[in-house]
Design a protein around this ligand. Sequence first.
Ligand code: 8X3
Length: 261
Amino acid sequence: MPRIVMITGASSGFGEAAARRFAQDGCALILAARSLDKLQALAAALAGQCPVHAAALDVTQQDSVDAFFANLPEPLRAIDVLVNSAGLALGLEPAHKADFSDWETMIDTNVTGLLRVTRAVLPGMVERNSGHVINIGSTAGNWPYPGGNAYGATKAFVQNFSRALRADLLGRHVRVTNIEPGMSDTNFSTVRFKGDVARADRVYEGTRPLSADDVAQIIHWVNSVPAHVNINTLEVMPTCQAWSALGVNRSMEADAGGTDS
Ligand code: 8X3
């Protein structure tokens, strides 16, 4: 049996690109996403290259996660690589104006969903004393920006959880990596802006962002280094992106605001 690679969020973006990259190695793929139509189209496209099992998975629902693993064919249960790519950003409003249900959706998906899938896969990796969990974090987990509020916080969670897993897994041959991409031209912004493609396009205007393939190469690479090498964190930005000065508001000098005592 070739190496078994499970990818969540496999119907688009980094997940889909990672599936295409691992397929080149002839890995057996377990592809999971909410959208079964897209997943089946991808599975059909890759079927000539490698064995593919594609099934619907909504990581926000424990029942869905339980059913997914209960229905996983026996020969595919010894998962070698888990790529936790299911995740999203919703909205770019400041915290005091954000839609609370957007926050809940991001937490359910990026935090609780990632926990659910990891918790389901990890015992097998520990038992086999072999495996690699590759999480998709974000630069937003390290560097706050206006409107990033809950999204960035979910990715900070992913970073901290990834490191905590390393601590728990010390002494086992199970690796954990958090990949933290910056500006990436996937459907990320279209989802964030709820289908407003023109607004999403403006995010990338005049830039050369990371592509899904760029990140897929990195996902593949962190797993390809020798098994005794654990890349803990890999933050990556396009060359056209870097930090800027901390924001300072210069109109507040005479305005004490609030109720200073
Ligand atoms: C994607 C990076 O800066 O668009 O997670 O939030 S950013």
